[in-house]
Design a protein around this ligand. Structure first.
Ligand SMILES: [Zn+2]
Length: 397
């Protein structure tokens, strides 16, 4: 039966050079895998001024609920130094039990395994007792403007509703079965600018050094900690990512200093409460005289990044139990339910249905010589197949 072998599926996908924003033949290849299984496949091009057009794919088998969505992306990051690869980045060469290629783990491998799992499920049980869909974007590694968000809006507008979603991103740190992601921290960035008065370094009373101000303000952002973590999340953490004065003269006090920061926050906060806390800290620090005795408060302004990512936590037990049970049944490992790491497209999907993430071992993602253990492809396919059966079993209860 078509698509039943995850290794063949993956080598086909890796040979498509789909570096964002190029489709590279990868969605066409996936369409070729899914159509013979009975999927209705739609290719959706999203456009927005100032960004490249992006091809996406939505495929569904079945017309009734319950409806399980698999989400992911066929685009890949650039290969980097191609000469440094042991095997070509689009070769899908297999050596020492590893298949090489950009996207092997992030995340063509996840798509290849899920397609194989669905094919096996259909071969054994016939069409699913409900619906399965693939929501696949070509714009996850790029600006993510013409990708998952628009595809979700497009599908929802034509009446698509989902009961649960599995994202196939690589979630395991070391071994297949280590970790399922059941939520993600939020992310918020901002830039503070402190306005001083330029002057001679020998006559500081005639000037106002913004460097003193920016040090007080950034200190206040880093200490004390924002919280101690929660049951499901590690403590929120703020990093000052750059401090910029751009002053080349040692005898000049500059007029301006700026600092940018990024905070990864847990479910103690939302973007608004966090902004209020940050401003309260900055206002207190601006009046602190330790570095600026006898001076009026620091004059500063702050610009927030346009699109903060919201924190989320999935509590859907049928979904989590079906997946962790499948992982344990196939690998013998009890996966950790985690909310660590960066953001992913799950942050958009959570507005439509409960979402969890589970895929391959992520160690080589985005690196030269990205590769996957061929044995892991078979194991992940069996996990996905077991998950599909269990989830439809749960959902029918
Ligand atoms: Zn990815």
């Amino acid at each position: 039966m078509t698509a039943i072998d995850p290794v063949a599926n993956l080598s086909t996908l890796i040979r498509c050079p789909s570096v964002t924003p190029a489709e590279g033949g990868a969605l066409a290849a996936l369409e070729t895998m899914l159509k013979p299984l009975g999927f209705a496949v739609e290719r959706v091009t999203a456009r927005e001024d100032g960004t490249p057009d992006i091809e996406n794919l939505y495929a569904r088998i079945g017309t009734d609920g319950p409806h399980l969505m698999f989400a992911g992306h066929t685009d890949v990051v650039p290969v980097g130094d191609e000469a440094a690869w042991t095997h070509g980045p689009f070769s899908a060469d297999i050596a020492d039990g590893q298949m090489y290629g950009r996207g092997a783990v992030d995340m063509k491998g996840g798509i290849a395994c899920f397609a194989a799992a669905v094919a096996r499920h259909i071969e054994k049980h016939g069409a699913p007792k409900g619906s399965i869909s693939f929501l696949i974007t070509g714009d996850e590694e790029g600006p993510a403007i013409n990708g998952t968000t628009k595809l979700l809006e497009w599908a929802a507008a034509k009446g698509e509703r989902w009961d649960a979603c599995l994202v196939g991103e690589p979630t395991n740190p070391d071994h297949l079965g280590d970790m399922i992601k059941i939520g993600r921290r939020g992310s918020l960035s901002g830039t503070i600018t402190v306005h001083g008065i330029q002057g001679h370094a020998a006559y500081p009373h005639l000037a106002d050094s913004p460097v003193r101000g920016i040090l007080s303000l950034t200190q206040a952002l880093m200490d004390p900690p924002f919280d101690g973590g929660t049951d499901n999340f590690q403590p929120s953490n703020l990093e000052v990512t750059t401090i910029d004065v751009a002053n080349k003269a040692v005898n000049v006090i500059p007029a301006r200093a700026a600092a940018s920061f990024n905070i990864r926050f847990n479910d103690t906060w939302d973007a608004d409460s966090l902004k209020a806390e940050i401003i309260a800290r900055l206002d207190r620090a601006s009046a602190d005289s330790a570095l600026r005795p006898g001076r009026p408060p620091v004059r500063y302004d702050i610009v927030w990044s346009e699109r903060p990512s919201h924190v989320f936590l999935t509590r859907n037990n049928a979904l989590i139990a079906s997946l962790s049970g499948a992982v344990e049944a196939v690998t013998g490992r009890e996966p950790k339910l985690s909310t660590t790491g960066g953001t992913s497209d799950a942050r958009f999907i959570k507005d439509y249905c409960p979402v969890v993430e589970f895929g391959l071992v992520g160690q080589t993602m985005h690196m030269v010589d990205e590769r996957v253990a061929v044995a892991d492809l078979e194991t992940l396919t069996r996990i996905y197949e077991t998950f599909i059966s269990r989830w439809f079993g749960h959902a029918a209860d």
